[in-house]
Each structure stands twice: as C-alpha cells, then as structure tokens.
Ligand binder design. Structure first.
Ligand code: ZN
Length: 192
C-alpha cells in the first residue's frame, strides 16, 4: 500500500470510528429541535413528577401547569406523605399556580397530568377555570374528564375546558401498571 492509499484507509477508519462513537449525536441532528412549548415537553415534565411520586411510594401521578410557555406549577400525588385524601397532583398544582399567578382564575393556564383527573380534581379545575387539560392515561372507571363523568365539559357548569387525552399514553399508563404490579402483584385497577 502506498502512502496515499494508507492515508485514505486511515481516514475511512477514523470516519467509521467517529460515526459509531458519535452516532447518538449524529442521529439527534436529524431530529427536530425540542419545542419547549410542545405538549410532549410539558407531559414529559408531568411524567418526571410521576416518577418522583413512584420513588416516594405514592401512586405515580404527576401534573404541571403551564402559562405562556412556562411551567408555573409542578406537583405529584402526595396522599400518603401528607395523609390527605385531597393531595392529588392536580390539586397541589392548582394551588401552586394560583399563588404564582396571584389569582384563583387560571383562565390562560393549561394543565398537563399523567392520568385523567378524578371528579374532585375535575371540579377544582372547573372552579379555577383552566383553559385546557391534557392527560395521558384515561380512567374509564373513575375519571372526571369523560371516563366516568365529563365534568370538564359539562354544559350545565359555568366553565368548560378544552381536553386532549391519550398524550404519551404508553409512558403514563406504564408507570401506573409498574406501580400496581409491584404493590398487589396484579395491577388490576389503574386508580388513585
Ligand atoms: Zn384527583
């Protein structure tokens, strides 16, 4: 092999090595830049809260509230920790958001929660007049956003929310299943 051939071979080898070594980086260059205002980003933040609850041995549900593209409240279920049946992620997030906004009206705020809100939380959401509710895992047995009742969009009430369901469903349901499988060896009910 002459020196030119050797050099070409070396360059090719180096390039292949670089490709393997940095393939993760190269691949991300083809993906769209993370949109910090996207539903997926906010639900990802809610999922982080759900993981926090899981670690604390709480039913893993997380919620965040966004306003003008910023997260103004984040909370996870803390029923066991606080020994309070009302300490659902959404309730705690609503209280935080109200204090961040300085008003009980959250009309320009959106709530992201990993599981469909229960009737209590749905009632609080209507009272606080949140603009939009995005949830991951539906709860046909006890949900207050269309699962059992549709409190969020009841025409008789004085406020209705825009609702998006099933966002990042696999992740949101997966963490609940994992929790209940570990707890009961069954995971029959996806509930709080
Ligand atoms: Zn609830």
């Amino acid at each position: 092999m002459d020196s030119k051939g050797w050099l070409a071979g070396f360059a090719k080898l180096s390039y292949d090595f670089y490709k393997v070594r940095y393939s993760k980086f190269l691949n991300t260059m083809d993906e769209p830049i993370i949109d910090l205002n996207s539903d997926a980003y906010f639900m990802g933040e809610a999922l982080r809260q759900a993981r926090k609850a899981f670690k604390a041995d709480e039913v893993p549900i997380g919620a965040i509230i966004a306003r003008d593209g910023l997260v103004i409240a984040r909370a996870c279920n803390q029923v066991e920790t606080l020994k309070d049946a009302t300490a659902h992620a959404e309730m705690l997030a609503i209280t935080q958001a109200e204090s961040a906004v300085g008003d009980w009206r959250l009309t320009d705020c959106d709530l992201y929660v990993t599981k469909e809100p229960c009737p209590m939380c749905a009632g609080a959401i209507v009272h606080a007049r949140l603009r939009r509710v995005v949830f991951g895992c539906p709860d046909p047995k006890g949900g207050g956003a269309g699962g059992l009742f549709n409190i969020l969009q009841n025409p008789a009430l004085n406020h209705r929310c825009e609702v998006t369901s099933g966002l990042m469903l696999d992740d949101c349901r997966g963490i609940l299943r994992e929790f209940f499988l570990g707890k009961r060896g069954g995971g029959k009910r996806i509930d709080e």
